[in-house]
Design a protein around this ligand. Structure first.
Ligand SMILES: *Cc1c(COP(=O)(O)O)cnc(C)c1O
Length: 380
């Protein structure tokens, strides 16, 4: 058989195809998702696994969303509404904006892709912070644009330095507020100063994936800022407090002219029928939102008290997760916790080798995690 020749040939063409790929994509580090629970169960044969690795809502989706997704099943042969009419109407009412300002996405990650496709070219640059969310370099480099990472200050965005990094080639500045993985945030006064000083033809993406958890008087109202600054695009998601990460639905709120551009770059049926139905129902489930917020607030206190008992430093966070500094390095403790059936996140790919990021779980999950951590550090 020509097996050898054929496999040599496929190797050669694989090599050729790699060379054909855009340089930005070739040099990308792939996104590393949290380790799935099923994978660890298979590997270790453990039956109790606690996953605190992907900032998912530990309560799951609300009952209204589950029912709506189930009810949508019978129409699965029909394409979803490509304009997302009902969901946009409901969001517009809640946020007090015009439906023409809203763009729906397959998760808010999809919004970042649409923004990159719309505004980035190989001649342009996107600015974001060190320890910033991993999707920003991915969408920037995929568009062939130059990624400009600005050193963080106290683990968070240094808006002054980011302003200083803006050039005539800058098309997008990404700001996660609060940021993942650090949980740090920018205050309204800082952000207003930044927007006033920035050229109005640079797009500012304000990524508010965790805004529903925030109870801070100085936390900026991104949508109100967008009404004053047409270059602001606020992105939000149903993946975090609403507990619908598996459905993939997020949205952007911006000036209608920008929304019109994003809409042109969008694939027509990017948000599935069950996702639209689930999101619409989740918006009405105030009880689930409030319960989720309360579980997060008390769980955050529980984890911080646990860290203090263990003598560990954490980074103050406004999200549903917190970074803790562990002796011996994040990867070592991450691996040790895995063997005890607890999945958290090591942060070496975020330039934080000494930290772990832990999602706030239920009271019981947090206890299991803290006990495993204490045992590992020899505090039993
Ligand atoms: C989780 C997260 C998102 C949203 O992800 P989607 O599931 O794609 O909506 C966006 N930004 C940050 C900072 C996040 O942590």
């Amino acid at each position: 058989m020509a097996g050898d020749a054929a496999s040599g040939g496929t190797e050669d063409s694989a090599h050729g195809l790699r060379r054909l790929a855009c340089a930005g994509v070739r040099s990308l580090k792939p996104y590393e998702p949290g380790k799935p629970e099923e994978e660890l169960r298979r590997e270790l044969g453990l039956n109790r696994i606690v996953k605190l690795a992907s900032n998912e809502n530990p309560l799951g989706p609300g009952a209204l969303a589950i029912a709506a997704v189930r009810d949508s099943g019978g129409q699965s042969h029909r394409y979803p509404d490509g304009n997302g009419f009902a969901l946009k109407q409901s969001l517009a009412r809640k946020l007090n904006v015009d439906p023409a300002q809203i763009t729906l996405g397959n998760g808010s990650d999809n919004l970042f892709e649409l923004l990159a496709r719309t505004f980035l070219t190989p001649e342009r640059e996107a600015v974001y912070s060190q320890h910033g969310f991993a999707m920003y370099p991915i969408v920037t480099q995929t568009a062939g644009a130059r990624a400009v990472e600005v050193p963080a200050r106290d683990w968070g965005h240094d808006l002054e330095a980011m302003l200083g990094a803006v050039t005539a080639r800058t098309a997008i500045v990404f700001i996660a507020n609060p940021n993942n993985p650090t949980g740090t945030w920018v205050r309204a006064s800082e952000l207003e100063h930044f927007l006033a000083a920035l050229s109005p033809t640079v797009v500012v993406v304000l990524d508010e994936a965790y805004c529903e958890y925030v109870a801070e008087p100085e936390y900026p109202d991104g949508i109100a800022l967008g009404a004053k600054h047409p270059n602001v695009v606020v992105t939000r998601t149903f993946s975090k407090i609403h507990g619908l990460g598996g459905l993939r639905v997020g949205y952007g709120v911006c000036h209608p002219a920008v929304a019109d551009l994003l809409n042109r770059a969008r694939s027509p049926f990017n948000v599935s029928r069950p996702a639209q139905a689930g999101a619409l129902a989740a918006l009405e489930d105030q009880a689930h939102i409030e319960h989720s917020r309360e579980v997060n607030r008390s769980g955050m206190t529980q984890l911080i008290e646990g860290f203090e008992r263990l003598g560990l430093e954490h980074i103050p966070s406004l999200g549903n997760f917190v970074c803790v500094k562990v002796p011996g390095g994040g990867v070592k403790i991450f691996d040790a916790l895995l063997r005890r059936g607890v999945i958290v996140r090591a942060l070496s790919t975020y330039g934080m080798p000494d930290h772990l990021r832990v999602t706030i779980g239920t009271r019981e999950e947090n206890e299991v995690f803290l006990a495993a951590l204490a045992a590992e550090l020899g505090h039993v």
